[in-house]
Design a binder for this molecule. Structure first.
Ligand code: ZN
Length: 98
């Protein structure tokens, strides 16, 4: 350990218990090698910790104005509203025609 990713992985493991993806055995205390792989002591399944960093908007309102687009939640709400509208229109069409 020593590189920044290893430090992040160590901190993550202290905050949350990780289990084997195959057998569910606890990986507490299982050593992580230099490429951030960990081998399940129970079944031998090998997994690798992947560290990712994401830059998110600090102010979604400002971000929306700058990008001129909807945020993720707004897109989901819009799609649900459009789906409901479509169902209502189809239902009305069925009632009118039959
Ligand atoms: Zn396992």
């Amino acid at each position: 350990m020593g590189d920044p990713h290893s430090t992040i992985i160590e901190q993550a493991r202290e905050m949350k218990p990780y289990c084997c993806g195959r057998c569910g055995y606890s990986l507490d205390g299982a050593p992580v090698d230099e490429v951030h792989s960990v081998v399940c002591p129970e079944c031998g399944y090998t997994m690798r910790f992947v560290v990712s960093v994401r830059l998110a908007a600090d102010d979604p309102e400002y971000d929306r104005k700058v990008r001129q687009s909807l945020g993720r939640t707004e897109r989901v709400i819009t799609r649900i509203a459009m789906l409901i509208l479509l169902v209502v229109c189809v239902s009305a069409l069925v009632v009118i025609l039959f």
